[in-house]
Design a protein around this ligand. Structure first.
Ligand SMILES: Nc1ncnc2c1ncn2[C@@H]1O[C@H](COP(=O)(O)OP(=O)(O)OP(=O)(O)O)[C@@H](O)[C@H]1O
Ligand SMILES: [Mg+2]
Length: 198
């Protein structure tokens, strides 16, 4: 008999067991534009859970972006991985991806490439280094601009977050941009989830 349990990687599909209540709670939070943390000790299943819930959102109505913060080391890498996740969750067509990237993330100099599986991918680059600048502001403003167009609800999951000085800067800006007026439209159409270890 095949072992139903998979170890090591993020699990999804049939390998994803139980967690019905948690999936329901997360989906409700995503649908209601909530801002919340998902945290636990290492290897408790945070990534599998948030990805499973994110995949359940209807693609036509939701921008559902999964941002893996693991490879990031500061403002600009944070900005580029977030911009890429948002852009690529909005279309699979090369021209459309490029159009979206230019309209919401123009400061990050988008360009298109084709990956080894033949899929279009957007790449962002910038010559600037150092402290958070207008590139970061543009990225943090994007969910609001996208929701304001009225066509999409926006869910962004920041996974593998670690509490550090840089994350504090992002969190303060995010709450400044979104939390205060979160009851107003289109704020109720934007949800942020932050997942990480304790
Ligand atoms: N719902 C689930 N059903 C079955 N196995 C699971 C489930 N969730 C997690 N696992 C198991 O736990 C392992 C760790 O899961 P996952 O990577 O999602 O956890 P994590 O909390 O994100 O870990 P980390 O702290 O390293 O980021 C998976 O490789 C898988 O073996
Ligand atoms: Mg994880």
């Amino acid at each position: 008999m095949k072992n139903p349990f998979q170890y090591g990687d993020v699990v999804g599909g049939d390998a994803f067991c139980n967690r019905r209540k948690e999936v329901g709670d997360l989906l409700r939070a995503m649908e209601n534009g909530e801002k919340l943390f998902v945290y636990s000790e290492r290897r408790f299943g945070k990534t599998s859970l948030v990805r499973f819930a994110l995949d359940k959102l209807p693609k036509k109505q939701y921008v559902s972006a999964y941002v893996d913060l693991w490879p990031t080391d500061g403002a600009l890498s944070f900005a580029t991985v977030t911009a890429k996740a948002i852009t690529e969750s909005m279309s699979t067509r090369a021209e459309k991806i490029f159009e979206i990237a230019k309209s919401f993330f123009g400061r990050l100099s988008p360009s298109m490439t084709i990956n080894d599986q033949g899929k279009p991918e957007v790449t962002f680059g910038t010559k600037r280094f150092g402290e958070p600048g207008p590139e970061l502001d543009e990225v943090l403003e994007a969910p609001r601009k996208i929701a304001a167009q009225g066509k999409w609800r926006v869910v962004v999951v920041f996974d593998e977050m670690s509490f550090n000085r840089f994350w504090n800067t992002v969190a303060i800006r995010l709450s400044g941009n979104y939390e205060v007026s979160s009851r107003h439209k289109p704020m109720s159409h934007i949800s942020f989830l932050v997942a990480g270890g304790i």
